[in-house]
Design a protein around this ligand. Structure first.
Ligand code: F6P
Length: 341
């Protein structure tokens, strides 16, 4: 079979390991050949391709980013649609597609599969919020990078007796905040799933400072304050009524300083969490997912996504993988919070 492969949506460390795992096993074991589709669905809609064989994947599993490029192009917008996808696949002789991406990519893949296009999915997001898989590759690397950054923030916080606020990724869920916060011994972890008042945050910070610690507050980018604590948020203003420029870390740092009297600084880690070399765990997981995706293609398991369940790689229907976010359970948050005070 000729397999088109694409990476779509925000990148995650491990994408190249998926591509390598799929190509190596696909060529040598199953005799498939591959064609790279550049920049996600855009490459498919515009027939923009690149060669993808053993030479192209040599040594790439340790590289961050994706050799195929990525974009947030939706295959149903602009020139796209089922007819265009079918036309390009026929023109390029592509029998099936492996689509590596997050919620948006898999939703588009489901729509295309429902219309008869042969697609297998590979889940991807550093946020680890896809429900059908135990872990997504990229998450472990992001947590490692965030943890290292917090270790550094703690030494400068200690030197100046300051409270340090670290904002990490996590638009909808707080997995990166929870894990990096626990790993670095944070005194408060703030996540979208858990309502937390400024009064509570200030109490944790004060308690840490009273024990001679420089308080470390880890906040996921999707965390929001109650309207009582952040009365201007709906109008795009910060809690002091000024135009809101930064993220939630920048917003709460002055509020902490105001309530506790402790000088406070905010750092947003941003895309550093998604860049650079993947951890060994992510490389192994990604490679196994790539290999399993090719097996699924070989078996004709269309409309399914490969997933990690315990230690095994399985396949699940797209429908099962979509719709429900994997949020941080209350018990996991409570467990972490026991260490704050
Ligand atoms: O979905 C993964 C994620 O890393 C989010 O945590 C973050 O909000 C978003 O992507 C950033 O996306 P972009 O790269 O488009 O700025």
């Amino acid at each position: 079979m000729r397999i088109g492969m694409l990476t779509s949506g925000g990148d995650a460390p491990g994408l190249n390991a998926v591509i390598r795992g799929a190509v190596l096993i696909g060529q040598t074991v199953h005799g498939h050949d591959f064609i790279g589709l550049r920049d996600g669905w855009r490459g498919l809609i515009e027939a923009d391709t690149m060669p993808l064989g053993r030479n192209e994947v040599k040594g790439i599993s340790k590289q961050g980013g994706t050799i195929l490029g990525t974009s947030r192009t939706n295959p149903f917008e602009g020139r796209g649609g089922v007819d265009r996808v079918t036309e390009v696949m026929t023109e390029l002789g592509i029998d099936a597609i492996i689509a590596i991406g997050g919620e948006g990519t898999l939703a588009a893949a489901k729509r295309l599969t429902d219309a008869g296009i042969r697609i297998v999915g590979v889940p991807k997001t550093v946020d680890n919020d896809l429900d059908a898989t135990d872990y997504t590759f990229g998450f472990d690397t992001a947590v490692q990078i965030a943890t290292e950054a917090m270790d550094r923030l703690r030494t400068t916080g200690d030197a100046h007796s300051r409270c340090m606020v670290a904002e990490v990724m996590g638009r909808h869920v707080g997995w990166i905040a929870l894990h990096s916060g626990m790993a670095s011994g944070a005194h408060a972890i703030l996540i979208p799933e858990q309502r937390t008042s400024m009064e509570q945050i200030a109490a944790w910070v004060t308690s840490a400072a009273s024990r001679g610690r420089a308080p470390l507050v880890v906040v996921a980018e999707g965390f929001t304050l109650d309207s009582m604590d952040d009365p201007h948020s709906e109008r795009g203003l910060d809690a002091f009524g000024r135009p809101r420029l930064g993220g939630i870390g920048e917003l709460i740092a002055p509020l902490i300083e105001e309530r506790t009297g402790i000088e406070t600084r905010a750092t947003t880690l941003g895309h550093i969490q998604r860049g650079g070399t993947p951890s060994a765990f992510d490389r192994v997981l990604a490679t196994r997912l790539g290999m399993a995706a090719v097996n699924a293609v070989t078996n004709g398991d269309w409309g399914r996504m490969v997933a990690l369940r315990s230690t095994e790689i399985v396949t699940v229907p797209f429908a099962e993988a979509l719709g429900t976010l994997k949020t941080v359970p209350q018990s996991r948050y409570d467990e972490a919070a026991m260490l704050f005070g």
